[in-house]
Write a new protein. Structure first.
Length: 157
């Protein structure tokens, strides 16, 4: 059973020491073979891959689990398979796919693990989604999408 740690910040009167062993049962340090420049937000780790989403320049980088750079997924731009800014990503190792959601997306972009854009597999959205989180379940052929709404016309979910 996983132990849940909850802390009420208002009740903290002094610093406490919290060993990392209280938060995890293992720790692995992986040195990437390239230096990342820019702010990173999302890190995805699977059994065989590490995916890192950079903010500026906006990009999604794919590494082996040992830290070896494999490829950059997609390109910055306005053409097919290109994006200006990324908001969310999913790496599906079993399906051998990377899904990327650009900011103000009309679709979730789909790539294989070699970085090739797969336009026929992109997931079309029924509305413009400025900021969303999603989960693609290939086995069930379903997508869960949570949208940050900016107006009454935009659905939340």
């Amino acid at each position: 059973m996983t132990k849940f740690i909850s802390v009420d910040i208002q009740n903290i009167k002094e610093e406490i020491e919290l060993p990392i062993s209280e938060l995890t049962d293992s720790l692995e340090i992986i040195q990437l073979d390239i230096i990342l420049k820019g702010f990173t937000d999302m890190r995805i780790i699977t059994d065989h891959y590490i995916g890192i989403m950079l903010y500026e320049p906006s990009n999604f980088l794919l590494f082996s689990r040992q830290g070896k750079f494999i490829t950059s997924i997609g390109n910055k731009g306005y053409g097919p398979g290109e994006y200006r800014f990324l908001y969310h990503a999913q790496l599906d190792e079993k399906a051998q796919r990377v899904y990327l959601s650009p900011y103000a997306a009309k679709q979730i972009l789909t790539y294989d693990l070699k970085g090739r854009f797969l336009p026929k597999e992109c997931i079309k959205l029924s509305y413009l989604s400025p900021k969303n989180y999603f989960y693609v379940d290939n086995a069930k052929k379903s997508v869960i999408l949570i949208n940050l709404s900016f107006s009454k016309e935009e659905p939340i979910v």
